[in-house]
Ligand binder design. Structure first.
Ligand SMILES: Cc1cc2nc3c(=O)[nH]c(=O)nc-3n(C[C@H](O)[C@H](O)[C@H](O)COP(=O)(O)O)c2cc1C
Length: 199
């Protein structure tokens, strides 16, 4: 059986995005032949960079701070310029997720920045692949998968006065798990294809 590695590279200032990251990793690890690891981008170190090099897919996650990715994630992105210069992540799969307090909260700014970051590295972006839930149709529910209606990546919302023990809600964690599973399956397919064509 093909073994592939999905690394979930994330920042979380107060634990909410960390819960979303854990859900992404659990979704990926639930797919046979796939292992998933969490990596705090605020503390990568030599071993962390090596795990990123070894990954078949990297799922990037950040809270939305002031309408974009956090300063800690940005520092990680800038630190990856050596990786970029050497093309070490080229042709790996990538995907992204973000969490913020506003229902909208300008989360798209974060996801867009993550997708551009992945594109700069020559990675192949995997979308969320779910229909929008909740208010997309009148009979929707806030417990729907993809309740926040994103396509580019997984979205989560945590009220600013609710701790990470209670937020983000289950629907958003299930959405994150779906993204992890989708990336894992895509990584398996890519590995199988590579084995066939020898590249
Ligand atoms: C510096 C800062 C900026 C923030 N900017 C936004 C924002 O632009 N939009 C929003 O909806 N929430 C914003 N928030 C709220 C966070 O996104 C929210 O608290 C989130 O759950 C934090 O995730 P974390 O616990 O993983 O850090 C901001 C919070 C901080 C600390």
């Amino acid at each position: 059986m093909t073994e592939v590695l999905v690394v979930v590279a994330f920042h979380s200032g107060h634990g909410h995005t960390a819960r979303q990251a854990a859900a992404v990793a659990a979704g990926a690890a639930g797919v046979g032949g796939v292992s998933a690891e969490l990596l705090d981008v605020g503390d990568v170190g030599e071993a962390g960079w090596a795990r990123l090099d070894a990954a078949d897919a990297i799922v990037f996650g950040s809270p939305t701070y002031m309408g974009s990715r956090s300063a800690v994630f940005q520092a990680f992105a800038e630190a990856s310029s050596t990786v970029w210069a050497q093309g070490r992540w080229r042709d790996k799969l990538a995907a992204g997720f973000t969490n913020s307090s506003g229902v909208n909260g300008d989360k798209l700014g974060t996801l867009t920045s993550l997708a551009i970051f992945a594109a700069q590295h020559g990675m192949t972006w995997v979308s969320l692949g779910l229909p929008p839930g909740w208010l997309f149709t009148a009979d929707g529910s806030p417990t729907d998968l993809n309740r926040l209606g994103g396509f580019l990546g997984a979205l989560a919302q945590s009220p600013s006065d609710v701790g990470s023990d209670l937020a983000p809600p289950d629907a958003d964690l299930r959405t994150a798990a779906h993204l992890g599973e989708r990336v894992a399956v895509a990584a398996l397919r890519l590995a199988a294809g590579r084995a066939l064509v020898g590249a």
